[in-house]
Design a binder for this molecule. Structure first.
Ligand code: F0G
Length: 351
């Protein structure tokens, strides 16, 4: 019997590890690539969803974190730190447990989803809520890592990018070649950087015959790359990507230019529409930030930017259970019935 071994063992020859590297893993990766029927119909393309919410802590961050914590362990670190809009902290906290390390987390006060806060707490990390936004948290984390004995595991850590590039490998391995277009939500811009690196490496080694065009989408209230300037007070309901000064900004621009892609914005309304569509039409429950990729694809299709017949992959980055408020909000309250089959049948419209 074969069990998926986690991205480091599965892609060992393409990652910076040796035989003596102490691998810290929760067997992340190996996530489903799910054909999306309605999105394919709407675009006239073959659309797949890379469902990263199926990772051990519920987001794509686990791919990067297994590498970052493994290398921190190899280098003898005893403590790690990150700034986060929630998912990075959940992942760092979990992998720190596996590594026997202390994990410190800086989050913007009042701006992370409850599920993510719960994860950081239950994994036993040391959390500080910062009176500022994510960009302030990242500056603080950088400064602490430079002046105290604590390793930074944000995506400015190159090992994070190494781990996250395996998302592209899995897609090419599953489809037999790279897709025509790859669509991602963009926040701190680490993931679009990582996917592009992965696609380039596979193409250079002739594992794939081509690279896809990279399409990235930011939330309108937090779209510094689209605007071409830092957003001082970013806002969006998609708290995961509420970022005004992305650390990998230049790398995201390079991915866009080199791949012939683009980076655009989607409104919160468009994000919520895609969020509901994904759950109710595709059976895939994601968190709002993840729906930005699909919202972007639908927007591009409506603008006539999507030629039919192409293969398209949308990464949906985080699990819907992280932030269920948006699923419950505005939905009708379920009715209460007595323990009575006839009454239940009537309410269900079966009778
Ligand atoms: N989707 C989700 C669910 C995220 O949590 C993030 C980033 C992104 C998309 C954007 O990815 O930053 O690589 O462009 N979350 C970070 C965090 C910032 O702290 O968890 P990116």
């Amino acid at each position: 019997t074969h069990q998926w071994r986690g991205i480091i063992e599965e892609y060992r020859d393409r990652l910076p590890v040796t035989d003596t590297t102490p691998v810290v893993t929760l067997r992340e990766g190996g996530t489903p690539l799910v054909p999306a029927r309605l999105l394919s119909e709407r675009t006239g393309c073959e659309v797949h969803l890379k469902v990263e919410g199926a990772n051990p802590t519920g987001s794509f961050k686990d791919r990067g974190m297994t590498m970052a914590i493994t290398k921190a362990k190899e280098e003898g670190a005893q403590a790690v730190i990150c700034a986060s809009t929630g998912n990075t902290s959940a992942s760092a906290a979990a992998y720190a447990v596996r590594a026997g390390m202390v994990c410190a987390v800086l989050v913007p006060q009042g701006k992370i989803a409850l599920g993510k806060m719960g994860q950081a707490l239950v994994y036993g990390s040391k959390i500080l809520q910062v009176d500022g936004n994510f960009d302030d948290c990242l500056n603080l984390a950088r400064s602490l890592s430079e002046n105290y004995p604590v390793a930074l595991v944000n995506s400015v850590n190159p090992y994070r990018i190494e781990g996250q590039k395996t998302g592209s490998f899995e897609i090419v391995d599953a489809l037999g070649d790279a897709p025509d277009i790859h669509v991602l939500p963009v926040g701190n811009a680490g993931n679009i950087t990582a996917y592009w690196k992965g696609y380039k490496e596979y193409a250079a080694d002739k594992v794939s015959s081509r690279t896809p065009r990279m399409w990235g989408f930011q939330a309108s209230g937090s779209a510094p790359i689209v605007r071409g300037e830092v957003v001082k007070d970013p806002s969006t309901i998609a708290t995961a990507i509420r970022i005004g000064n992305p650390a990998s900004w230049q790398h995201a621009l390079a991915a866009r230019e080199e791949s012939g892609g683009f980076i655009d914005e989607v409104t919160d309304r468009e994000i919520l529409r895609a969020y509901k569509l994904l759950a109710s039409q595709e059976g895939v429950f994601v968190e709002p930030a993840s729906a930005a990729s699909v919202a972007g694809l639908l927007k591009a299709a409506e603008q006539g930017k999507v030629d039919p017949g192409q293969k398209i992959v949308c990464t949906v980055t985080g699990n819907g259970l992280k932030d269920p408020d948006w699923a419950v909000a505005g939905a009708p309250q379920p009715v209460t019935v007595p323990v009575d089959a006839a009454a239940a049948a009537e309410r269900l419209g079966l009778a």
